[in-house]
Design a protein. Structure first.
Length: 763
């Protein structure tokens, strides 16, 4: 093994201090010297680091960072450097499987696809395509999502399509839509190169996006380091570097953000000209947050008033500010309301749309942005508004179909509702691609029982025999990154191309080809009787997608496979006006909120009730941003005598999601081989525990048994990483989601993984 650095021991590598232009450092790891390098980008988090895949004798043998790429300047983190080893894992799925007499047995592609088509047509004849649902991923490519969206929306006409992005980034989309009228991150990673202050809310960036954290570490080591405010209940790697670390009680993000805004407004650290010219709702917001004195915030959240004031001083006086938000907000109480308050902070200070200031409503997964853009989740392609008839007509013209087939009579079905429909028997075919809900959804006992229902036909498309695939009626072996060509978009709107480097194993096929095959066998047609889906290759699909985005916020029309293969990734919008992409949205203070253009007519932040077009029209902001807020609501479940502790769940630096890939890299697996429960020193003393002891952790929904890790967490709170399931250790109940609850945010419909009441018992 040749490597430029040991990323397991030294996660972020050596410092290259800077301000202004981040120096290049190329990270590389190879098993053997490659014959050739193939351009790609990493798909193990939403950062989208540019990388090349090293190939020898038709096999992936390593990776190196791309020095020219604007996202990472050559750097790669531990997952990026080691995760590719999963491609070569001997337990890849190589042939389709069909369940016969209770057992999954090998079958041909024709047998498997014919069976799916027969079941589809049978369901359609009995109850229309409303009996069919799709649950996809944040890890396929743009071309795969767009193909899936078109076959689902214009072929079948089912509203039941969502991604596991509902679990990780739907609050990002919801918060951006609420404030700015459409999805799309306003800033650029380059803002970090000069910013004066950084705010991380519920975002352990050091573990999640290690390369982006490296960029921040290098700024902190350089001249004029930015001030760092971190809001997180745990003493994470990120929190350890904070100038001010606010440690909130679980579920109190809204009080803290309300309190910070109140202090900033009271101190006059706002930009009245910007507020007047470019926003609506300031007086209501000011009134709302004025109820939140630092002392009241302290009483509810546990954050000392002095610390809140310290943070407000930094956030109120910095001339430039970058904010990032992730699951500590998105998967907790009042997710959208809290995330929107971060947007409000930037809006009232006028810190948006220019160099050094940006908001990153972060994505968790590498291609989550594309699930949303392409409409493979509860959105319509090109950030169109399901409530706007003209937007539906635009899609109908583009696809040459009758607009009535495109589901738009009610909001698209969100994932938690899709699973509920499957549970109640109104969805009878559930097609799961590139995700592992038997480990990642909340309340796993319930999920397993749904997957095993007699009247539910389950199709699973994956590269491995996951915990979910074990319950499938048909398993389709999928090619993964490195084995197929496609594009994807990271969290700062940078689009990368990932070229095919090697063939997939056995008969495994790209998801793109599987979806095309289904559309062909279902004989989906347009209005003129021609095949509905007109593309045969990923590049042809990309060209079709470009037309879908023309004139929309995510305009790709200036890109091509050739251009994306020239050097760095390119940010959208990229069109005639911005041929090299555009670093910042909303430079002119004009937002995507006008009634004809917006992606949503909005929601009540407390109840989630959707506004109608007429209601929106009455207060059409005509391009101004919304300042909206909400008051505090306590969590839906709180500790009591029976379950006296809070549980929160989260990630580890060495793993991604349910370890389907990272668990198959020896180095990553050895670095973090098992789940654990982290308890405070105080609780360890109370329960007589030391590191390594086994405890049973129980909630109202299930039990797990975990080894204990003592320290670096607040008393009364325990933490379990969510990565671990059963494929490599079927013996012990250890998945954190055995314990979590089926509750979700009113607006984004994102489940609440960050709080549950539990008890622990030494065994
Ligand atoms: S930061 Fe994310 S995208 Fe970059 S190498 Fe690490 S896992 Fe991959």
């Amino acid at each position: 093994m040749e490597q430029t650095r040991d990323s397991i021991k030294d996660i972020w590598g050596e410092r290259t201090p800077y301000e202004g232009h981040w120096p290049v450092r190329v990270d590389e790891l190879t098993e053997e010297a490659p014959d050739r390098w193939v351009q790609s980008a990493c798909v193990l988090c939403s950062n989208g680091c540019g990388m090349d895949i090293g190939v020898k004798d038709g096999r992936i043998v390593g990776v190196r960072g791309r020095a020219v790429d604007a996202v990472n300047h050559g750097r790669l983190g531990p997952k990026g450097l080691q995760g590719w080893m999963a491609n070569n894992s001997p337990d890849r799925l190589t042939r389709p499987l069909i369940r016969r007499n209770g057992k999954l047995e090998e079958a041909s592609w024709d047998e498997a696809m014919d069976l799916i088509v027969r079941r589809s047509n049978d369901i359609i004849s009995k109850k229309t395509s409303l009996g069919i649902g799709f649950y996809t991923s944040g890890q396929l490519f743009l071309e795969e999502y767009y193909t899936l969206a078109v076959l689902g929306k214009a072929g079948l006409g089912t509203p039941h399509m969502d991604g596991n992005t509902r679990l990780c980034t739907d609050t990002a989309a919801a918060a951006l839509k609420v404030s700015f009228g459409s999805d799309g991150q306003p800033g650029s990673y380059t803002d970090l190169d000069t910013t004066e202050a950084i705010l991380h809310v519920g975002h352990n960036i050091a573990s999640q996006q290690t390369v982006l954290w490296t960029r921040i570490l290098d700024r902190l080591a350089g001249e004029n380091p930015p001030k760092l405010v971190v809001i997180d209940p745990r003493e994470t790697f990120t929190a350890m570097k904070a100038t001010v670390h606010l440690v909130p009680r679980v579920g109190t993000n809204v009080p803290i953000m309300n309190g910070l805004l109140n202090l900033i407004i009271q101190a006059g650290h706002i930009n009245p000209d910007y507020i007047d010219a470019h926003t609506v709702g300031f007086e209501e917001l000011k009134q709302l947050v004025s109820q939140w004195s630092p002392e009241r915030v302290e009483a509810i959240s546990g954050v000392p008033a002095t610390k809140l004031r310290e943070a407000a001083r930094i956030l109120g006086t910095a001339k430039t500010l970058v904010s990032t938000i992730l699951q500590g907000v998105y998967q907790s109480m009042q997710a959208t309301a809290a995330a929107v308050q971060v947007n409000n902070l930037h809006l009232i200070r006028g810190l948006i749309g220019h160099t050094g200031s940006g908001i990153y409503q972060m994505n968790g997964q590498p291609t989550a942005q594309n699930t949303r853009e392409c409409g493979a989740d509860g959105d319509l392609p090109g950030f169109r508004n399901w409530g706007n008839p003209e937007h539906i007509e635009q899609l109908a013209r583009l696809w040459n179909v009758d607009s009535n087939i495109i589901p738009h009579w009610s909001p698209p079905t969100h994932a938690m509702q899709i699973w509920r429909y499957a549970e109640k028997g109104s969805i009878n075919l559930l097609w799961i691609s590139g995700t592992n809900p038997a480990v990642s959804l909340p309340q796993l006992e319930r999920v397993r029982s749904i997957l095993q229902q007699e009247n539910l036909f389950v199709v699973v498309q994956d590269a491995f025999m996951t915990e979910t695939a074990q319950y499938a009626d048909v398993v389709l072996p999928a090619a993964i990154w490195g084995e197929k060509t496609g594009t994807f978009t990271n969290v700062d709107r940078t689009v990368h191309i990932s070229h095919k480097a090697v063939d997939p194993p056995g008969e495994a096929k790209p998801d793109f080809e599987i979806f095309l095959d289904y559309a062909r066998r279902m004989d989906f047609r347009d209005k003129d009787g021609a095949p509905l889906i007109k593309w045969k290759t990923p590049e042809e699909c990309f060209e079709a997608w470009k037309e879908c985005t023309r004139g929309r916020p995510c305009d790709y029309t200036g890109m091509s496979y050739a251009k994306l293969s020239e050097g760095s990734g390119i940010q959208w919008p990229c069109n005639e006006q911005y041929p090299d992409g555009k670093p910042h949205l909303y430079e002119d203070g004009v937002f995507n909120t006008s009634i004809d253009y917006c992606e949503t007519y909005g929601h009540d932040l407390v109840t989630g009730a959707a506004a109608t077009k007429e209601e929106y029209k009455a207060k059409d902001p005509k391009g101004k941003a919304f300042l909206k807020g909400a008051d505090y609501e306590p969590p839906h479940e709180e500790p009591d005598e029976e379950f006296p502790l809070w549980l929160t769940t989260g990630r580890l630096v060495y793993h991604f999601h349910t370890r389907t890939k990272t668990g198959r890299s020896r180095q990553l697996n050895e670095a973090a081989p098992d789940a654990f429960v982290q308890v405070s020193d105080e609780d360890a003393a109370r329960y007589g525990l030391k590191t390594g002891d086994l405890v049973e952790v129980a909630s109202r929904r299930g039990k797990v048994v975990e080894p204990v890790l003592v320290g670096d967490i607040e008393p009364g709170l325990v933490f379990i990483p969510f990565h671990y399931g059963y494929w490599d250790d079927p013996g012990r109940k250890r998945a954190a989601n055995e314990l979590t609850l089926t509750e979700w945010d009113a607006v984004s419909k994102q489940p609440h993984y960050k709080y549950a009441a539990v008890r622990i018992r030494k065994i």
